[in-house]
Design a protein around this ligand. Sequence first.
Ligand code: FAD
Length: 376
Amino acid sequence: MHTRRNIMALGAAGLASSCAAARGFSEGLARDFGHAPPHRAVLPPVLVSEERIIRIDVGLRPYRPTGFRVAREAFGDKTLVHNYGHGGGGITLSWGTAKLAVDLGYDPSKPDCAVLGCGAVGLATARLLQERGANVRIYARDLPPNTTSNVAGAQWWPASVYDWRRASDAFVAQHFEAARFAFRRYQSLVGDAYGVSWERNYNLSNEPIERYPAREDSPMRALVVNQRDLDPREHNFPRPYVRQFDTMMIETPLYLRRMEADVRLAGAEIVVRRFDDVSQVQALPERTIFNCTGLGAGALFGDTEIVPVRGQLVILLPQPEIDYNTIANEGYMFGRRDGIVLGGTYDRGEWSMEPDPQAIAGIISNHKSIFGAMRA
Ligand SMILES: Cc1cc2nc3c(=O)[nH]c(=O)nc-3n(C[C@H](O)[C@H](O)[C@H](O)COP(=O)(O)OP(=O)(O)OC[C@H]3O[C@@H](n4cnc5c(N)ncnc54)[C@H](O)[C@@H]3O)c2cc1C
């Protein structure tokens, strides 16, 4: 009969010879580090091949160099509240700027509100209005899954939202306030129902990493979780400098479908309608109007600052073992459950929704070179 003691003895004897080499390795590490050896993560590589592509996505980030616009203005006998222009971080910031907009413009004595737009920003704005007791009607040209929000890689981190040389201190403070609120709100949605989950990011670099994801003296640093610079022996990426940090990921197809269901369940009507002119907006029956039209705000409300920053994404078959993201100079990989997202193109001023074959080939070959060189 095997007792616990002799199983342990057998195990120890059996393991002794096979572990000799490994022990030598780990003792060496322990000496170098002066404490217990670090865990060496051997991560599985993404299988990058043309055969595994399930689709190509193209989207236009609604970018304003001075930052998103949350502002209130009189609109004839109505109130108009803008909430648009979140660049490459509109999914991330949506709940936060929705809070700023609702605080700024909601008047409980006039509970009937119109929300223009049914992307991440319009839906979050509609939900917060409903939570304050408003009666909401959403008007939008496109509904999920046909919005820019559906296309987003959707890492929770406000990247490429503004140009720090152009943004005011007041904007930077507002940006942080929005990010902080959104960070908390998304945490309440973690789980399968909304497709929000925590995931590890690895920033890969040939140079020491100093500023990404946030500078040490930036308030945004408070929202970076579990940041650590890895020793080269702790990872199998083909780069000398690797910084890990954890963020949430949002599976936008599921998330937006669920958000749309939530606003309907709470009583909102959704009207499919395109506005070509402000006079059509002016004629709406609601007294308070929240403008969440993203890039569409440029033409509709005459904002000449907003520009498209086109992004192209190659989506590969899901690989359940890939539960991490990489961010490198050559592009990013998001290991989402609904598909592996490869991206990293930023074409400022480009309106075309046609994929550019050269850019797509570049995304694929860049990621082949990263994942093909991962040490086993
Ligand atoms: C390739 C790519 C990757 C991205 N990755 C990330 C990321 O990792 N993390 C992140 O946070 N963000 C990311 N983004 C950015 C994010 O997708 C956008 O900032 C966000 O989707 C903007 O949301 P929105 O609701 O303002 O706009 P949209 O989703 O575009 O929604 C706008 C709504 O307004 C409606 N509308 C517009 N004009 C009119 C009109 N004239 N009349 C009626 N309705 C109108 C539209 O039909 C739509 O319903 C990425 C974007 C791209 C393209």
